[in-house]
Design a protein around this ligand. Structure first.
Ligand code: 5GP
Ligand code: MN
Length: 334
């Protein structure tokens, strides 16, 4: 029913690696989003049910609106458990790299991955993977890594074994990476997969509410504040939002609170690019969004980052003011 997106040789090789693996480690990227956590936990539940010893690790903490996800208590945050993380890396004989294309996306886990002697399976949907892996399942035309994990499990013949927990995690990643199926989501097979997940008992409306409708009051007030001071660059159809550390303090900022802010200015007629700049302790984090054929990953690359055509990110190690100046110059010419 689904097209065979993943190469047969990759499936055969993965089955072999899984057969020979006793201790499996699933890793995903810094500032874990729904697709990072969803694909990791989806795979975690399946491998656990197959009798494997499995760990899940991310470089830093995920937003609290993922706390409901089945198995979330198993996710090890490396930054908070350094010694344990080093030990887990040493004990692993197979590592999955999910939803990232470069070790530069995993911060503190980078040296552990680079020196690891484990076999590596990469499953990802970002352009230009540059990870030396034993199996590379890289499909930038697929809208989420969670969808790829679903396809991976089905191709190994495990659809009947997919439990409600796995289905919930996969659905969450597919939903968050497409903004609730509002972008990057025209492939009809996405909806075939959703049907298959619903048949496992997924309550998609409930998942939407748990992820998108459980924010704090202060988060919403911070959004109001940001939109009020949003700058519109009419000559290049772009909206800019900035948020300094001081402003975050005013609104009791916690991780994940600004998730989704960057999408909102695209609701304005004629605005087809949106940039959100958030001051962090040691850098300015830039988030880019666009609509249709207008790419923003090329702009993100000028800030040492990357991503997808319509959703990308980068970093700047100078002041907010200088970052804005550089950004505006780039926006006028791109
Ligand atoms: P967000 O704006 O939600 O943080 O990130 C959107 C997408 O941009 C992510 O899915 C990821 O692919 C990419 N991205 C965000 N930040 C970075 C970064 O610093 N480096 C790279 N290479 N990609 C990033
Ligand atoms: Mn993703």
């Amino acid at each position: 029913m689904l097209s065979k997106v993943i190469l047969e040789s990759n499936i055969v090789q993965s089955v072999k690696l899984l057969d020979n693996a006793d201790n499996i480690l699933i890793t995903s990227h810094i500032s874990p989003d729904g697709d990072a956590i969803g694909s990791s936990l989806g795979l975690f539940h399946m491998l656990k049910n197959l009798g494997k010893s499995v760990k899940v690790m991310v470089p830093n903490r995920y937003p609290s609106f993922f706390n409901w996800m089945p198995g979330i208590e198993n996710v090890i945050v490396m930054e908070e458990n350094k010694a344990e993380s080093v030990k887990i890396f040493k004990e692993s004989d197979l590592i999955f790299c999910l939803d990232y294309n470069s070790f530069d996306r995993v911060n503190g886990m980078k040296p552990l991955l680079e020196t690891s002697k484990s076999k590596i399976i990469l499953i990802d949907h970002h352009l230009n993977p540059n990870i030396k892996a034993d199996v590379i399942i890289s499909h930038p035309n697929i809208s989420s890594t969670s969808e790829l994990v679903f396809r991976f499990l089905c191709r190994m013949g495990y659809y009947p074994e997919i439990t409600l927990e796995t289905a919930q995690c996969i659905y969450t990643g597919m939903m968050t990476d497409t903004g609730g199926f509002t972008y990057n989501s025209n492939d009809p097979e996405i909806y075939t997969i959703i049907k298959l997940l619903l048949e496992k008992g997924v309550d998609k409306d409930d998942i939407y509410r748990k992820v998108f409708n459980t924010y704090s009051e202060s988060r919403l007030r911070m959004l109001g504040y940001c939109l009020n001071k949003m700058e519109i660059l009419n000559d290049c159809n772009t909206a800019l939002i900035t948020l300094t550390l001081d402003e975050q303090k005013q609104f009791n900022y916690s991780i994940g609170d600004t998730e989704g802010f960057v999408n909102i200015p695209l609701q304005i007629e004629n605005i087809n690019r949106s940039v959100f700049l958030r001051e962090d302790k040691d850098k300015i984090k830039l988030s880019f969004r666009s609509q249709g054929d207008i790419p923003v990953n090329t702009i993100a690359e000028l800030f040492g980052g990357g991503g997808h055509k319509n959703a990308a990110g980068g970093e700047s190690y100078t002041s907010m003011e200088n970052t804005i100046l550089k950004l505006k110059e780039i926006l006028q010419t791109n």
